[in-house]
Design a protein around this ligand. Structure first.
Ligand code: HMG
Ligand code: MG
Length: 300
């Protein structure tokens, strides 16, 4: 398929990528990462999470990170807010876009946010209401759409129900997350199509982790099925603290390389993105999780 259509990446490295790092990453490094990702052409860079610092210590400096970012016009810097307390902390430092996160699996919802799916949605209602009043855009996540580390299989109907609910409640976009990276292309496509029967495709995004090495294939299958927003993490950073063994997100460099190869426009300068991935991998003392990041050679 060749196309000049555009696909937007949602760069989640600074949040999903770093949240699982055991060693505290300096605030200045986080800020520099965010700024470099935006400079590379990303239009959405998820910056941090206003969650409980007891639950995710790495994100405890959210209120320092966010206001330090030199924001570029035309770029959004959403942050995760699990409840009104998180939303208010975010607003106090000027956040203009937030994300709420629910799960399709009851067991994961309990472990991740200490609430049933219904309770978590009840916590989002005041966030969504306040956001509407404040003119703040809200993105929604559904986790464990292709499997759960605690309950195993997740019925498709549960994924569809939670995604539809978040959209009805006012989330402008719903990101469908294979939190533990077990999905395969056929199942990913089927899941996306089932959700797209109830929520417009234009309001959907896909979010793959690469634990089983399927993330890029899943992205490709979902792009062929019509999705035009893809979450990804520079250098494949990531993992979820409440999903043992979950490896990084699909690497942004690999997604950009795939999409440019298909003729899509992402607005991202792959050379600058690769440089950023190499810089953060070195800084964290990690192997670069992007194949493209390793193979890339800048033209002489
Ligand atoms: P809880 O313990 O049930 O909350 O946690 P609580 O309301 O009972 O409050 C307990 C304490 O936390 C209180 O403090 C609150 O003030 C404080 P204390 O009185 O004990 O000193 N607290 C907060 N502090 C700062 N900011 C807040 C906040 N809320 C409460 N917003 C809670 C419930 C939701 C807070 C907790 O479970 C939590 O923060 N969970 C976050 C988990 C998380 O961040 N997971 C990773 C992100 S999800 C993900 O990675 C998946 C995704 O990438 C998609 C995919 O891959 O599928 C999105
Ligand atoms: Mg994730």
């Amino acid at each position: 398929m060749m196309s000049s259509e555009s696909i937007r990446l949602v760069e989640v490295g600074p949040r999903d990528g770093l949240q699982n790092e055991a060693r505290q990453v300096p605030t200045a490094t986080k800020v520099e990462l965010i700024e470099r990702l935006a400079a590379a052409g990303h239009r959405t860079v998820e910056a941090t999470s206003f969650v409980s610092p007891k639950w995710v210590p790495q994100m405890a400096d959210a209120a320092e990170v966010y206001p330090s970012i030199r924001q570029r016009p035309g770029v959004s810097y959403p942050v995760l807010t699990p409840n009104l307390q998180g939303y208010q902390r975010a607003r106090a430092v000027g956040v203009a876009e937030v994300a709420v996160f629910a799960a399709a699996s009851e067991a994961f919802s309990q472990r991740n946010i200490n609430a049933s799916i219904e309770e978590s949605i009840a916590r989002f209602l005041p966030v969504l209401e306040q956001a509407r009043t404040d003119g703040v855009r809200v993105r929604g996540y559904v986790s464990t759409v292709l499997g759960c580390p605690y309950q195993g299989a997740v019925p498709l109907a549960d994924v569809v129900r939670v995604a539809r609910r978040l959209h009805e409640l006012g989330c402008y976009e719903v990101s469908l997350g294979d939190t533990i990276g077990v999905g395969t292309a056929g199942k990913a496509r089927q899941m996306l199509q089932a959700v797209a029967a109830e929520v417009p495709m234009a309001a959907l995004a896909v979010h793959f982790h690469d634990t089983w090495g399927q993330a890029l294939a899943n992205v490709h299958a979902c792009v062929e099925a019509g999705v035009r927003v893809v979450d990804a993490s520079v250098a494949g950073l990531g993992g979820c603290p409440y999903a043992a063994g979950a490896s990084g997100n699909v690497a942004s460099e690999d997604v950009v390389y795939l999409l440019h190869g298909l003729g899509f426009d992402t607005g991202v300068d792959l050379s600058a993105l690769v440089a950023t991935g190499r810089w953060i991998s070195a800084g964290l003392g990690r192997e670069n999780g992007s194949k493209v990041g390793k193979a890339w050679r800048d033209p002489a």
